[in-house]
Each structure stands twice: as structure tokens, then as C-alpha cells.
Design a protein around this ligand. Structure first.
Ligand code: SF4
Length: 336
């Protein structure tokens, strides 16, 4: 419910306007979803709210924690659908990886979520709830939620209205007041969505899951490339960089013999010539039944060295949580 609608309702019942702000603070700042726990509201108003509204907070189902503290949570929604989120600790801080859809339409070949199919978009509040769950879980361990990445199940740019509304709640001073610079949206590459982010002058970070800069290879890995080939994606990235003045990240999952060859490295360097980027080279978490394997250390090092020789900024990301099914979609799959 929008703040304006809540205000209208309260005023139509003779309530003072500031009550709307108090309710918003309970819901979006403190993550309190039981009306009876909203202590500064008069008893009569709490009863009125209970009579007219329900809250439908997401609940944590199965969870698994790996040796390195990476924790994967299956989150059950009000209609029984399950999505997953991952908490990735680093000292006393952590990154939360959140889902934006139940399943995914894009069916990337290396991804467990792609095999689930697509059920529905998450509502803004369901995306927001994952942040509350992350904050509470980390708070119990004395850790701080430092970063949020929209990189779990689903393609955020195909649920953009709800994603933007959730991020607004997360970053607003009236919400959780988390800096937008601590939020990263990761896309498989939907050019219209990237252009809309640019037009909206978003202040959060953009990451693009590229995984190959050769159309034929990317067609195979990510069928979305057949609709939006590299040329269209490149044009949208240039537009985004020009409008926002920020430097996106290119995510590149290294797959043995598929996209880790010298030819692929050269193609990636060429693709990135037109805009400033940094490259995250990621080790692959094998998925049950997947034909793909993790690149060898030698191939990975050769790939990274080539990019660095072209003066590109490259980070190598160690795979986290392999023993807890942390590859996208695996825990939700098993929870089903
Ligand atoms: S990698 Fe992301 S975009 Fe591709 S199928 Fe999995 S969830 Fe969807």
C-alpha cells in the first residue's frame, strides 16, 4: 500500500496524519509486521488496522550454512512459493544476495534457477522482506549488513517497477536508510531495462552477467542473447555510462573450455573497449546434471593475465558456499 493510500484511509477514519508516518516507520524501518507490536499506536488504531489489513511477511524455511559461514536461506512467501537468498560473510560484515522473481524466464544454461521455470514476480514488499530477514539474521550474530546484491533468482530488469520500489524503501531515510552505493543490481542484459535505469538516474551499482563476448557462445549459455545480442547490450551500456557517469561491473563465470580460451579473452577485451568497466571473474559452482565444469587454475590465470595486460581492472572471485548448494536456484529446487 502506498503512503498516500494509507494516509487517505487513516484520514477517512478521523485519524491524525502523523499516524501514517508512525505505521510506515514500524513496517519499513523496524520491520515490525504485527499491529499489536506497534507500541506507539493507540489500542483503538491497532484494532482498526487488524480489522482492515493483513501483513504477509516472508518466512525463513530451510537454511544451510557452509564452513566459511556462507548461509543459504529458503524463503517461503505468503502463497507457498519459495525463493532463496544467500548471506556471504566477510569478517563482521556481510553481503546479502536476494531474489527478485520466483524462478526465471531466461533459462541460462548453467543456472539451476533456469530449470525451475518461472512462477511469478516478487512484490516489492517481498524483496524488501529479504533485507529485513538478512538484517535480523546478521544482527543475531553481531554482524552488519554491508552490501545488497540483486543477484539471486530471477531477472531484476523484468520486474523493474517492484525492484525500484523495494530499493527505494531500502535506501530511503524513511526506510532502512542503506546507501544506494551499497546496492548492486545484476542483469543478464535487457537493454531496455538498462536504458530505463539510466533515465531514472539510479544511484545503485549495475552489474552485467556477460559470460561471453562471442555471440555464438553467449547464445548457448544465455538464450536471452538471441533476443538481445551483444551489439544491443553494448549500446545500452554506453548509454548507461554516459547518463550516470558510473562504471558497471561485468560478471564473467569461467567455464572450462567454453569461455576461458584466449579467443574469448580477446573478445571480452574488445567488447569492453567502448566504456569503463571492471571485470569480476567468477569460479563456477557446478550444478547437478550440468555439462559445465570449473575452469582449471591455469586457464583462469591465463585469462586474467591477458585482461590485465590490456589494462583492465579484474577481480577474481572465489566460489563461496559450494557445499551448501549456493549456486543460484539449487536450494529452492531442493526445498520443492
Ligand atoms: S542466471 Fe539469472 S537470469 Fe539466468 S536463468 Fe539464472 S536467475 Fe535467470
Amino acid at each position: 500500500m502506498s503512503p498516500a493510500d494509507l494516509l487517505d484511509f487513516l484520514q477517512s477514519r478521523g485519524e491524525k496524519a502523523f499516524r501514517a508516518r508512525q505505521i510506515e516507520q514500524w513496517l519499513w524501518q523496524k520491520g515490525v509486521t504485527r499491529f499489536d507490536d506497534m507500541e506507539n499506536l493507540p489500542r483503538g488504531l491497532r484494532d482498526l488496522l487488524r480489522e482492515h489489513f493483513v501483513t504477509r511477511p516472508a518466512a525463513v524455511g530451510a537454511s544451510r550454512e557452509g564452513d566459511d559461514g556462507t548461509t543459504k536461506l529458503a524463503v517461503t512467501l505468503h502463497d507457498g512459493q519459495i525463493v532463496e537468498m544467500v548471506l556471504i560473510p566477510s569478517g563482521d560484515r556481510a553481503t546479502a544476495c536476494l531474489s527478485t522473481q520466483v524462478g526465471c524466464k531466461l533459462r541460462c544454461d548453467f543456472c539451476a534457477t533456469g530449470t525451475i521455470g518461472f512462477a511469478r514476480d516478487l512484490e516489492a514488499a517481498e524483496i524488501f522482506d529479504q533485507v529485513i530477514i538478512a538484517k535480523n539474521r546478521l544482527g543475531e550474530r553481531g554482524a552488519l549488513l554491508a552490501n545488497i546484491v540483486l543477484m539471486g533468482m530471477g531477472e531484476p530488469l523484468l520486474n523493474l517497477d517492484n525492484v525500484l520500489s523495494a530499493v527505494q524503501r531500502v535506501t530511503s531515510p524513511d526506510g532502512l536508510a542503506i546507501s544506494p552505493y551499497r546496492v548492486t543490481l545484476s542483469t543478464a542484459g535487457i537493454p531496455a531495462g538498462i536504458r530505463r535505469l539510466a533515465d531514472e538516474h539510479v544511484r545503485f551499482h549495475l552489474a552485467i552477467s556477460l559470460h561471453s563476448a562471442v555471440n555464438a557462445t553467449r547464445d548457448r549459455l544465455m538464450p536471452v542473447n538471441k533476443s538481445y545480442p551483444l551489439e544491443a547490450l553494448s549500446g545500452a551500456i554506453v548509454y548507461f555510462v554516459e547518463k550516470t557517469g558510473t562504471r558497471p561491473t561485468i560478471e564473467y563465470l569461467l567455464l572450462d573450455g567454453i569461455n576461458d580460451t584466449p579467443r574469448q579473452a580477446e573478445a571480452l577485451a574488445r567488447f569492453c573497449r567502448d566504456f569503463p568497466v571492471k571485470i569480476n571473474v567468477i569460479e563456477y559452482n557446478p550444478v547437478d546434471g550440468s555439462p559445465y565444469r570449473r575452469s582449471t587454475p591455469a586457464a583462469r590465470d591465463r585469462f586474467v593475465r591477458f585482461l590485465e595486460s590490456k589494462n583492465m581492472v579484474v577481480n577474481t572471485r572465489r566460489s563461496r558456499g559450494e557445499e551448501i548448494d549456493a549456486a543460484c536456484g539449487q536450494l529452492a529446487n531442493k526445498s520443492r
